[in-house]
Design a protein around this ligand. Structure first.
Ligand SMILES: Nc1nc2c(ncn2[C@@H]2O[C@H](COP(=O)(O)OP(=O)(O)OP(=O)(O)O)[C@@H](O)[C@H]2O)c(=O)[nH]1
Ligand SMILES: [Mg+2]
Length: 291
């Protein structure tokens, strides 16, 4: 992982741990929000250990931007692991019904226990955790039907924890997004940067775009060719990923004086188009055993 990202992390990791452990005793359910395009890279590997016996619901957000075929593979993987997971999209409303019924299933025991004690109708509490910009606040607004949680398309929008009440007998705790990368793995850092979980201003856009070209070239060659009008990809076999990135810049006409490719402009365009799924519905990771 590039050193500029590493410097940013230690404080965040300690903060995540504190935020989760401090608030855990108050909640009945933990909702873990992952990015459907990077289910592995967006996962906090310590979460299960931190939450102990509390039920956890895994929510894969932004699924309208992700590859449905890969989504199917991930669903099968979660099922095989015995984990409860739902794919949702807060923009299209996809999966929200299934999300609501999964929440209720996980809370059923708790609700029944309150009922036995004559406390039916008691409001339960859920904590929403996940990396920056993954859609935690959007999910809360979707459930509550309001705009109590601030949403913006950049990481680090929610700065403090905030309780939001809803009409469904569940109070939701919005949390600041926190990164929890697997340090040894450069791919994870790149995936977080490509999808927008790391502030763009601390990352070199050209480096992110270069990584994206590499991923698309091997994982989605047809989408890459189609979007950037590259023709038959085999003609570029001798080119490395950086050279191919420059070909894309040239095809797009991102040129500076002297015919030099404006790599910064090209990088920005590619990353924007990826994030808006203009290149296509893309998932950068497939399930592997043990992950
Ligand atoms: N297409 C799509 N975009 C989404 C979805 N959920 C959130 N977004 C967008 O992603 C961006 C970030 O959403 P937020 O809800 O602010 O994310 P967050 O996890 O609260 O981010 P932080 O508070 O920074 O940690 C916004 O531009 C949202 O509109 C989704 O399901 N689909
Ligand atoms: Mg937020």
């Amino acid at each position: 992982m590039p050193s500029d990202i590493i410097q940013w992390f230690p404080g965040h990791m300690a903060k995540t741990r504190r935020l989760i452990t401090e608030n855990l005793p108050m909640v009945d359910l933990v909702i873990e929000v992952l990015d459907a395009r990077i289910p592995y890279s967006s996962k906090n590997p310590e979460l299960r250990k931190l939450v102990g016996q509390k039920p956890v619901l895994t929510v894969l957000s932004k699924s309208a931007l992700a590859d449905p075929k890969a989504g199917q593979e991930w669903m099968e993987y979660y099922k095989a692991c015995g984990r409860r997971a739902v794919f949702i999209d807060c923009m299209t409303g996809f999966g929200m019904d299934r999300f609501a019924s999964s929440v209720e299933e996980l809370l059923a025991q708790k609700r029944a226990r309150y009922e036995e004690k004559g406390m039916s109708g008691r409001t339960l509490k859920a904590m929403i955790v996940g990396i920056p910009n993954v859609g935690k606040s959007s999910l809360i607004n979707k459930i509550s039907g309001g705009k109590s949680a601030k949403v913006e398309n950049r990481p680090g929008v929610t700065l403090n924890k905030q309780w939001v009440s809803t009409q469904v007998g569940l109070d939701l705790l919005d949390m600041p997004g926190v990164l929890w990368p697997k340090f040894e793995d450069q791919t994870v850092g790149e995936n977080l940067a490509i999808t927008g979980a790391i502030k763009d201003d601390i990352m070199d856009l050209e480096r992110i775009a270069y990584a994206l070209v590499g991923r698309l070239r091997t994982m989605y060659p047809d989408l890459l060719c189609e979007r950037f009008k590259l023709g038959d990809l085999s003609q570029y076999d001798d080119l490395d990923d950086w050279d191919l990135f420059e070909v894309i810049g040239r095809k797009r006409g991102f040129l500076m004086a002297g015919g030099v490719v404006d790599t910064e402009r090209c990088a920005k365009a590619m990353i924007d188009e990826f994030r808006q799924a203009k290149i296509g519905r893309i998932t950068l990771e497939r399930p592997k055993s043990g992950k």
